[in-house]
Design a protein around this ligand. Structure first.
Ligand code: GDP
Length: 610
């Protein structure tokens, strides 16, 4: 059994048939609308109450709140009902982006400095991710004077050997991959926490696969070394079974034995992070306007939207205009991870900012721009892209494979879920055994159990499809897949699964086209018209001849000319098609030198399978 998500079918009536209303003085009123607009603003522009606008949207099957951004098409549904004609204003973002980049100095090497690495902690539940984050913070961050409480803003920095390290406060591969799925990569190093007494568990495997899919270097922290049952050698052996060879085992993966409880090994861990960061040569230019990613956002009742962001390049300064996802604003206050009010944020550092108009989402990119106008238009354009994405349907298998970068070997990425581990391995082996010349399957993650949100996120972040073998999809994962346009395919029979995927794999390869002859006609007489155009009087001798078809003019068995059929007549009537045995008159496009005895061959290119 295979199933593909249906195309999104939100019925929208074309607005144009009701759009030609009259304005106040009997003139049709033409309202210029931006590509995207909030419901409230649309109400203002149309002299209606927001409730009226919302009602109109509801009539068209669209549920929207007052601050929601809708696109031009949706807006026209409302304006049409109010008798207002509209036109779309040119998007300004392209102009804004161009001028934003013009005002930026180029990255010449003299501007580049080493920036702090950004670290995320991954691992199985209860293996001590939170405890480790807390222990590192406790032992390395000076507690803030006021009340002795460190501010939790979603990320914090610690210093080791004169170098700052930024830790993201939301551990786990779901958050990690959710940010990637929004198109941002912020983590430079992943710390994989494995409890020494428990060893590698299913979510450890997931975490490994998510980190590998993101191509992020991994450092293993073998935690809970204080417990009597701690067995680090077993953990190292298990790691080797997952292609992570630690240094003791002759590999290159750094592993550090730690205890979040006693604090043992934490310094060693920090030093190793610094080493890996040094190898990665993380550079940024502090002299240019900041760009980076939102890592958290929340609404403060008194102060409004608060967002924690991570500056990836440039320096962020108080008073600057920024856009983030679909929102924008001017930075009114900046607070660092210790609750201190600061004026600027260097690359690699996190900070909490105040001043955005609404809440951005974790993973949204932000950028500093010159002025409010640019900020607004860039935010508008982003919002438009999102609303288009929200309406997008799931991609087909073929579309997914076509999105994979054209390299030497094309890859079809798959996230695989099956009922039991045994079937996961069986299906994985069968899939990885599929070889087509120049294309292959890559199973990013294989696990037992139903399809979860984490699977969908991974697929979305890695342009993969999710394949479920005799398992279902959790409803929340189903909704997420819908929203993100991730294809999920279910199978109960292994050979159907293999068949489908191998078809897709062959589809990745450049298609083979073959030439197929559709019909032949022989020219028996020439009828010149008064305008000097030669009509070829033909008998169809094979197949059929259709108007518009491409045609080869053959003379004495050799190709004379490629053309197409401009006119096809049966007696005086222009017809679309003539079949074998019938007589017809043909005028060729751009070729008049036809002779009696010439053969006209209509043909087409057909996409074939290898
Ligand atoms: P998370 O789910 O990975 O974030 O795990 P937590 O940080 O919540 O830790 C799970 C449990 O393990 C808690 O009860 C912690 O107190 C305990 N724990 C964490 N680290 C250690 C450690 O190094 N030694 C011991 N003995 N217990 C730990």
């Amino acid at each position: 059994m295979t199933s593909e998500r249906p195309v999104d079918g939100r019925g929208r009536s074309p607005a144009s048939n009701r759009a030609a209303g009259q304005g106040r003085r009997g003139q049709p009123r033409v309202l210029e609308l931006p590509p995207t607009i909030t419901v409230q603003r649309l109400a203002e522009l149309t002299d209606q109450t927001p409730i009226d606008v919302i009602k109109q949207l509801m009539r068209n099957g669209i549920m929207a709140s007052m601050n929601q951004i809708i696109d031009y098409q949706m807006a026209t549904l409302v304006t049409a009902a109010f008798g207002i004609r509209t036109s779309m204003a040119e998007p300004e973002a392209a102009v804004a982006a161009a001028s934003a980049s013009k005002s930026r100095p180029a990255d010449d090497d003299s501007h580049l400095v080493t920036r702090s690495p950004v670290v995320t902690i991954l691992g199985h539940v209860d293996h001590g991710k939170t405890a480790l984050l807390d222990a590192i913070r406790r032992t390395n961050v000076a507690e803030h004077e006021v009340g002795g409480i460190t501010q939790h803003i979603g990320a914090y920095q610690v210093e080791t050997q004169g170098q700052q390290i930024t830790f993201l406060d939301t551990p786990g591969h779901e958050a990690f991959t959710a940010i990637r799925a929004r198109g941002s990569q912020i983590t430079d190093i992943a710390i994989l926490v494995v409890a020494a007494d428990d060893g590698i568990m299913p979510q450890t495997e997931e975490a490994i696969n998510h980190a590998k899919a993101a191509k992020v270097p991994i450092i293993v922290a073998i935690n809970k070394m204080d417990l009597p049952g701690a067995d680090p050698e077993r953990v190292k052996r298990q790691l080797s079974e997952h292609d992570l060879l630690v240094e003791d085992w002759g590999g290159e993966i750094i592993s550090v034995e730690v205890s979040a409880r006693t604090g043992d090994g934490l310094d060693d861990l920090l030093q190793n992070i610094a080493v890996v960061a040094e190898v990665a040569e993380l550079k940024a230019n502090p002299d240019k306007p900041a760009t980076g990613v939102i890592i958290e956002a929340k609404l403060d009742r008194r102060r409004g939207p608060l967002a924690t962001l991570l500056v990836q390049d440039g320096t962020l300064k108080l008073g600057e205009y920024i856009t983030a996802g679909g929102t924008f604003g001017r930075i009114k206050a900046i607070t660092n991870d210790q609750g201190k009010s600061i004026k600027s944020v260097p690359p690699g550092a996190p900070a909490e900012i105040l001043g955005l108009g609404s809440l951005p989402e974790a993973g949204d990119a932000f950028a500093v721009v010159d002025n409010e106008r640019q900020a607004r238009s860039m935010a508008n354009d982003r919002a438009k892209t999102f609303s288009q994405q929200a309406q997008s349907r799931a991609l087909t298998l073929e579309e997914v494979v076509n999105r994979t970068a054209a390299g030497d070997v094309k890859e079809l990425n798959i996230v695989l879920k099956a009922d039991v581990q045994g079937s996961v391995e069986a299906v994985r082996q069968a899939l990885e055994g599929l070889t087509a010349e120049g294309a292959k399957v890559r199973v990013l993650h294989g696990g037992s159990g139903g399809i979860t949100e984490s699977d969908v996120l991974l697929a979305s972040a890695s342009q993969a499809i999710v394949v479920g073998f005799t398992v279902g999809t959790e409803p929340s994962a189903e909704r997420l897949a819908d929203r993100m346009g991730v294809p999920i395919r279910h199978y109960d029979i292994i050979y159907q699964l293999i068949d489908d995927i191998s078809q897709a794999l062959f589809g990745i390869l450049e298609p083979v086209y073959t030439d197929v002859i559709i019909g032949r006609a022989e020219i028996r007489e020439i009828f010149p018209t008064r305008q000097g155009v030669n009509i070829a009087g033909c008998r169809v001798t094979e197949g059929r001849i259709t108007r518009g078809a491409t045609v080869r003019v053959m003379r004495d068995g050799e190709l004379l000319q490629e053309s197409s059929i401009a006119s096809l007549r049966h007696f005086r009537d222009e017809v679309n098609e003539m079949t074998n045995g019938s007589d017809c008159g043909i005028i060729l496009q751009g070729f008049n030198d036809v002779e009696v005895g010439d053969i006209l061959e209509t043909h087409r290119q057909e996409r074939g399978q290898r």
